[in-house]
Design a protein around this ligand. Structure first.
Ligand code: NAP
Length: 260
């Protein structure tokens, strides 16, 4: 039996996903590094992991495509005969950002498919595979981690479809946590605040958040780094939260706290 734990990280070519892939690899997981379009960035991440003595396989899959989703799960089983952890990290922001009075149906469908439907059905496929692996005593437990956003409860009226998608991920987490507990599969939601990645790089986005930070946005008043999300995700992935499931963990410098 392959004793090395195996994790799929969606959207691992850049940003938060690439940090999670590297952090899990450093913790001893074999990694399926998923990407959609940026093969060169994804192969650099896989190469870095392999050069450090880890195990990483690249796998191109568009998580909005049902065949690609199944192929991604199958890739883990083909390479390693097991799957212990799924990290649903891949996500997109609406482009352009339009006021909810102008949002197009095209953008709404795109963002809901990319950020919500993909997470629901990736979780379903991974869960079914993990249940089979548990029944054959190949794995003892499983973990599914969904990367949502503080937008799951925070409105941005020029970003409505994104907020709706992340609110949906919050419920997907609760649903799968409830359903999968009997199979020893825990499910967590990680809700990042403002993290320095390509998603927040466009000047209109970056300058907006810089101005908010200058005015004193959060108790820990600075940008978050992808590695800070990755460290927390790794703790949950390796089983450090065995009596918690369906939990939302905010990685936002305390931004979610109310103060008066
Ligand atoms: P990013 O730098 O824009 O990277 C997005 C990643 O997702 C890329 O690896 C991209 O792959 C992949 N991806 C996008 N659509 C995909 C698809 N259909 N199938 C497979 N992969 C796909 O984004 P990020 O900032 O790291 O965000 C990662 C997650 O954190 C997202 O869910 C995002 O909503 C969430 N988040 C981010 C922030 C933030 O401030 N950055 C805050 C809260 C939540 P390719 O490059 O190969 O296309």
């Amino acid at each position: 039996m392959n004793t090395k734990r195996v994790a799929i990280v969606t959207g691992a070519s850049r940003g938060i996903g690439s940090a999670i892939a590297q952090s899990l690899a450093a913790d001893g997981f074999a990694i399926i590094v998923n990407y959609k379009s940026d093969e060169s960035a994804a192969s650099k991440i896989a190469e870095r992991i392999n050069n450090l003595g880890g195990i990483a396989h690249l796998f191109r899959a568009d998580v909005t495509n049902p065949d690609d989703r199944q192929a991604l799960i199958d890739a883990a089983l083909m390479h390693h005969n097991r799957l212990d952890v799924l990290v649903n990290n891949a996500g997109i922001a609406p482009e352009p950002r339009l006021d909810i009075l102008q949002t197009t149906e095209h953008s709404f469908d795109n963002v809901i498919n990319g950020n919500l439907k993909s997470v629901y059905f990736m979780s379903q496929s991974a869960a079914n595979a993990m249940i089979r692996l548990r029944q054959s005593d190949t794995i003892e437990s499983g973990v599914i981690i969904n990367i949502s956003s503080i937008r799951y409860f925070t409105t941005a009226t020029n970003y409505g479809e994104y907020c709706v998608s992340k609110a949906g991920v919050h419920m997907v987490t609760a649903l799968f946590a409830n359903r999968l507990a009997e199979h020893n599969i825990n499910v967590y939601e990680f809700a990042p605040g403002i993290i320095k990645t390509d998603m927040t790089r466009p000047p209109h986005v970056h300058n907006y958040y810089d101005a908010k930070l200058d005015a004193g946005l959060a108790p820990i008043n600075r940008w978050g780094q992808p590695e800070e999300v990755a460290r927390a995700v790794t703790a949950a992935a390796r089983g450090d939260l065995p009596y918690c499931t369906g939990q939302t963990i905010h990685i936002d410098g305390g931004w979610h706290l109310r103060s008066l």
